[in-house]
Design a protein around this ligand. Structure first.
Ligand code: SAM
Ligand code: SF4
Ligand code: SF4
Length: 366
């Protein structure tokens, strides 16, 4: 007899006996409605952060009265690993820890160790990575590496102290973040990717200083177009400097040549310095959407699965876990959710999407 799985929005799904694997032939990838496979899972481990980046957690909203999630609502490490394990059986090959600020979650290296022990159905390890604002990285890098982390991405929006303070709305100095990057590279969490969100008129004068600084270091600097995530950052198209404009500015000083994507679903367009001093990336969600190749799902700190960065609702997986469901039930749920996915927000971005209800970036982690 078929089992019935309830989805978050009250739809029901009949699952044949034998679980979701019975829906697909062995080895067949799990595809969404646009035939995109599920390959990446971003796991947000906390909605809290020690920064108040204006484009992500503006202080006027995320102030002392803001209701962050209570600890009891968060998925435990065991629960996260269980969901990740099932997702890996469904095709996920890359896990990225994020937040909020993931290094604020106590004993995060223990979670990294548990996740890096996961194996694909072919017995291969999965790639475990992490995105951080870098403030605690110098302290944590060695333990993270030892636990099995592959690489880190560090966010840094300016080299100039005052600009950095204005972007991050924090008192943490640029030097602390640079020390974190250096330590990550030293312990082998390399190549370190450095993410710079560019907000036109605010920090775009930092593009060239950042390019000059990171050229030749082995770190990969990536420029991110300011995105309309969440509902609190006051996004406006006039504040978006496009990837093409950013490229032009850098190429005027350092000749660049385009490079092939390293893997399917890579979000950054890669460019190499012609003189061999390394590469940069451009993440152009606004000017050149890449939804066609989007293979990412996102797990929120309290166990909701989101399928798009711009989604307004997630699918509750935690209640399934806490209700005693088996791995097959969880797999069936993930499969049903993914198979129903048709998201391509960035391709539709326009007047209608401007006012759609969206989840905050600090909650699902980018
Ligand atoms: N706190 C960590 C950090 O900042 O690296 C991880 C979480 S943060 C939400 C993940 C990434 O999203 C960061 O690189 C951040 O710069 C980026 N981000 C946040 N809000 C953004 C926005 N409105 N537009 C573009 N990127 C954004
Ligand atoms: Fe915190 Fe990262 Fe958001 Fe900045 S971008 S406020 S560091 S979560
Ligand atoms: Fe993926 Fe949504 Fe971004 Fe498109 S808009 S690339 S579907 S996360």
């Amino acid at each position: 007899m078929s089992k019935v799985i309830f989805l978050a929005d009250d739809r029901r799904l009949a699952v044949p006996p034998g679980g979701p694997s019975a829906l697909r032939k062995p080895g067949e990838p799990l595809l969404d409605a646009r035939r995109r496979p599920l390959r990446d899972l971003r796991i947000s481990v906390t909605d809290r952060c020690n920064f108040r980046c204006t484009y992500c957690m503006p202080r006027e909203v995320f102030d002392g009265n803001y209701a962050f999630m209570p600890h009891s609502a968060l998925l435990s490490f065991e629960e996260i690993v269980r969901i990740a394990h099932v997702a890996v059986q469904q095709g996920v090959r890359k896990l990225r820890l994020t937040g909020g600020e993931p290094l604020l979650r106590k004993d995060i290296e223990v979670l990294v160790g548990m996740l890096s022990g996961l194996r694909t159905p072919e017995g291969e390890p999965v790639d475990v990575t992490l995105t951080t604002n870098g403030t605690l990285l110098a302290k944590k890098a060695a333990a993270l590496k030892q636990a099995g982390l592959s690489r880190v991405t560090v966010s840094l929006d300016a080299l100039d102290e005052r600009q950095f303070e204005r972007m991050s709305d924090s008192r943490v100095g640029v030097r602390t973040v640079l020390r974190g990057i250096a330590e990550a590279a030293r312990v082998g969490l390399a190549p370190v990717k450095v993410n710079m969100v560019v907000r036109k008129g605010l920090n775009d004068d930092q593009i060239l200083p950042m390019a000059r600084y990171f050229r030749g270091t082995g770190h990969i600097l990536r420029f991110i177009e300011f995105m309309d995530v969440g509902a609190t950052n006051g996004w406006n198209l006039s504040e978006v400097l496009t990837g093409a404009e950013i490229l032009q500015r850098i190429a005027a000083e350092f000749p660049l040549e385009s490079a092939e994507p390293a893997y399917r679903g890579e979000v950054a367009a890669r460019w190499r310095y012609a003189d061999g001093a390394g590469e940069i990336g451009l993440i152009t969600s606004v000017s050149q959407p890449f939804c066609g190749d989007c293979t990412r799902a996102r797990l929120s700190p309290e166990g909701k699965l989101f399928l798009c960065l711009f989604a307004s609702q997630g699918y509750d997986v935690r209640s399934l876990l806490r209700g005693g469901a088996g791995d097959d039930d969880i797999a069936a749920r993930i499969a049903a959710i993914w198979e129903g996915r048709g998201d391509h927000y960035s391709e539709l971005r326009g007047r209608e999407t401007m006012h759609s209800k969206k989840i905050e970036m600090s909650y699902i982690g980018g």
